[in-house]
Design a protein. Structure first.
Length: 425
């Protein structure tokens, strides 16, 4: 069983971008070569900007290469909660931003000819309890009545047409969701950026920034300093101490995934006949899908812990047990991959993007990063180009996590809290 992400292991080989010379100045320096940073780089370069991307590891090393490869609709907090918190007009705009984000992914795939198995198979949210199905029904009704958005409510009696298990109590399907091979996508974005003249430097962490005036900063790395007219932090849960203000507002939570060996076609058709991107309604949830080569990918929080070799394996054992609970017909099937990564959450589970002390940022995708990171990269390119209204999430208060000054010591307590909620609700 491999401990590397399936997506990166099965994507085409990439050039070595370490040892690239660092120019003394650039129009825009981007910290992080994941989906946010690469999307921003492409859209800025299309506008004629000179762009340098600084990545402490390799392209797609962080969350961008460690996720489920799902582009799913809907806010992390759910539409009814968004209505209660922000009112119908704002909730509608924020909800539909996620659909716009999937369109952004599809547009980039088409325009840059990225071969990454993008397909609009839809999203499926599965009810873990009868009460959860009732909540899905209320969401279905609210979306239709308040904003004219159509989803499909699937009762338990019809659920086998969507997923080959009796574990759930019904579901809510949205045809706008999509899946893709995210390893091929993120590496395809890097290739597209370089074709546009973007410089990507791997193995080049940003150790600090020094403000010169306005948005202009010196960006310091171990191989030298670059003076940038603008700087965009696109490092998410992997943000270091060079931008403490942002790091102390991000809750980095481990998300873990296992992937089976390739499965027979008839078994794949039984497990997930519609090939939707699926997740369930628990706080400590499961999510799963069929990969382009007919494996089952099965992921989840498993444990509120950071990712690491021992943590990933422990979480993988928990996920295997969960996988067999949902799909007992997979007993005896081999697992070929097990890995972990960090999801960037905020206290309010909303995307946050903007400017602080002359530095721009976008982060906190709360498990919806494939489409939202890509989309926010495009939006922040417009913001840096002089259009602050392009940021769909501008104006949202960005709360600091109380007592969070570095490693998230509070994760075990948060995990215990959400496990208790899953029992009683």
């Amino acid at each position: 069983m491999k401990s590397v992400p399936y997506w990166l292991d099965t994507a085409p080989a990439v050039p070595d971008r370490t040892g690239v010379a660092l120019d003394g100045r650039t129009d825009v320096a981007i910290v992080g070569a994941g989906l946010t940073g690469l999307s921003a780089a492409i859209h800025l370069a299309r506008k004629g900007a000179d762009v340098t991307v600084l990545e402490q590891d390799t392209v797609g090393f962080g969350a961008s290469g460690r996720n489920g490869g799902m582009c799913t609709t809907g806010l992390a907090i759910g539409f009814p909660t968004a209505v209660a918190r922000y009112g119908v007009p704002t909730a509608k705009a924020l909800y539909l931003a996620y659909n716009d984000a999937i369109d952004t992914v599809e547009k980039l795939v088409t325009e840059e000819s990225i071969d990454c198995d993008f397909a609009r198979t839809g999203k499926l949210n599965l009810a873990c309890k009868p009460a959860h199905y009732e909540r899905l029904a209320r969401t279905h009704e609210a979306l239709a009545e308040m904003i004219g958005y159509q989803t499909e409510l699937i009762p338990r009696s019809a659920l086998r047409s969507e997923v080959g298990t009796d574990h759930y109590h019904g579901g809510l399907a949205d045809p706008q969701g999509a899946g893709l091979h995210v390893g091929k996508f993120v590496r395809g974005l890097a290739d597209a950026a370089e074709r546009l003249g973007v410089r990507i430097l791997e193995g080049t962490p940003v150790t600090r920034t020094r403000r010169i005036a306005g948005h202009r900063h010196d960006v310091v790395t171990p191989i030298g300093t670059v003076r940038a007219d603008q700087v965009l932090f696109a490092s998410g849960a992997y943000t270091g101490s060079s931008f403490r203000w942002l790091r102390n507002r991000i809750v980095p939570v481990g998300s873990f995934i296992v992937v089976t060996e390739p499965l027979p076609q008839e078994l794949v058709d039984e497990l997930m006949p519609t090939r939707r991107m699926a997740s369930d309604t628990k706080n400590i949830l499961y999510y799963f899908r069929i990969t382009p080569d007919n494996r089952l990918l099965f992921g989840g929080r498993a444990r509120f812990a950071m990712s690491g070799a021992a943590s990933d394996l422990k979480s993988g054992r928990i996920l295997r047990k969960g996988m067999l609970t949902v799909f007992p017909q997979l007993a005896g099937v081999r697992l070929d991959y097990c890995w972990g990564g960090l999801v960037d959450l905020s206290l309010d589970q909303m995307v946050h993007a903007g400017e602080h002390e002359g530095l721009f940022y976008s982060a906190c995708y709360s498990g919806h990063g494939v489409q939202m990171a890509t989309h926010m990269g495009r939006q922040m390119a417009d913001v840096l180009g002089g259009d602050p209204s392009a940021n769909s999430f501008r104006g949202l208060a960005f709360p600091r996590v109380p007592g969070h000054f570095g490693p998230p010591w509070f994760l075990p307590f948060a995990g215990a809290y959400y496990r208790a909620l899953d029992v009683i609700r």
